[in-house]
Design a binder for this molecule. Structure first.
Ligand code: GTP
Ligand code: MG
Length: 273
């Protein structure tokens, strides 16, 4: 059952995002019961029907990779009338989904995957859309993490690692999760709220640098730690295109409501494989 070969050569999609945003839940939704960690492989008993209900999760402490196939779960709306033999269908696209812990102290696992990527085709940044209202601590912490991920991607060309340099275009999907909750912001608002909050993060980070004296003599260094367009007042995700980082936002929910709504995310994955 367990084939270790080809593990690193499969196209991979990286799941990152703050703790509690739903990364492991999403993974269990597509998991064919076989979970791998860097240290061991375990067969998870099918306590849940595949593709219909995510399993119970706990705060993750280590990354987990799962080999997945598309389509997973429901077939996308536009594919409804296609036969299973239709070559344009999403079937049989194999990929590796990599779940990472969101806890602040364990984020090096996720960031390692960015600085030393293995056939990375895209990044899904999972956000809990129900905690992103203005003034909510969740908005600040989500924007903080996203800022750091985007800055790392922006700076990847300076990396000494060849694999990181090879990532020419890097697509990143901000998956606005938990849309089943009534406090969840719609995707368009998730996008603009995060842009506004990242603008604040960016400003406070650059002030922090000035206060600490770093970059005082050599202000080019300070500019390197500035996310997006230099001199811009407001941060916009579109400013990342300059660095071949392509950001999209799409809403959905892994659990709750009348079952998972993940079609937009699967479609996004399918388009990147
Ligand atoms: P870390 O492992 O700590 O980084 O968190 P995580 O991102 O893996 O979160 P996890 O998947 O463990 O989910 C956290 C909680 O959110 C769980 O109780 C899930 O059941 C719940 N959850 C996940 N997705 C949804 C959703 O779409 N809607 C609702 N209502 N709850 C969700
Ligand atoms: Mg987890």
């Amino acid at each position: 059952v367990f084939k270790a070969s080809g593990l690193t050569t499969l196209p991979s999609i990286l799941l990152i995002g703050p703790s509690g945003s739903g990364k492991t839940s999403l993974l269990t939704l597509v998991s064919p019961y076989l979970l791998r960690t860097p240290k061991f492989a375990v067969l998870i008993p099918p306590q849940f029907e595949r593709g219909t209900k995510p399993a119970q999760t706990h705060t993750s402490q280590s990354p987990i990779s799962v080999e997945c196939h598309l389509p997973v779960g429901k077939t996308a709306e536009s594919d409804k009338y296609r036969s299973d033999n239709d070559p344009t269908n999403l079937a049989h696209k194999k990929f590796l989904l990599i779940d990472t812990p969101g806890h602040g102290k364990l984020r090096h696992h996720a960031l390692d995957n960015l600085t030393n990527p293995q056939n990375l085709k895209g990044i899904i940044f999972l956000a809990d859309a129900a905690i992103l209202s203005a003034g909510d601590e969740g908005l600040r912490s989500t924007a903080d993490y996203l800022h750091d991920v985007l800055l790392l991607l922006q700076k990847r060309m300076e990396s000494k690692n060849k694999a990181a340099k090879k990532l020419k275009e890097i697509p990143i999907l901000i998956a606005a999760n938990k849309m089943d909750l009534f406090t969840a912001l719609p995707a368009a608002l998730v996008k603009s709220s995060l842009e506004t909050e990242i603008t604040k993060v960016r400003t406070s980070r650059s002030k922090g640098l000035l206060d600490s004296g770093i970059g005082m003599e050599d202000d080019s260094e300070e500019k390197d730690d500035w996310l997006g367009e230099v001199g811009s007042k407001d941060f916009k995700f579109s400013q990342m295109e300059e660095f071949d980082v392509l950001v999209e936002v799409a809403g959905g929910n892994v659990s709750g409501g009348e079952g998972p709504v993940v079609e937009k995310w699967w479609r996004w994955i399918a388009e990147r494989l």
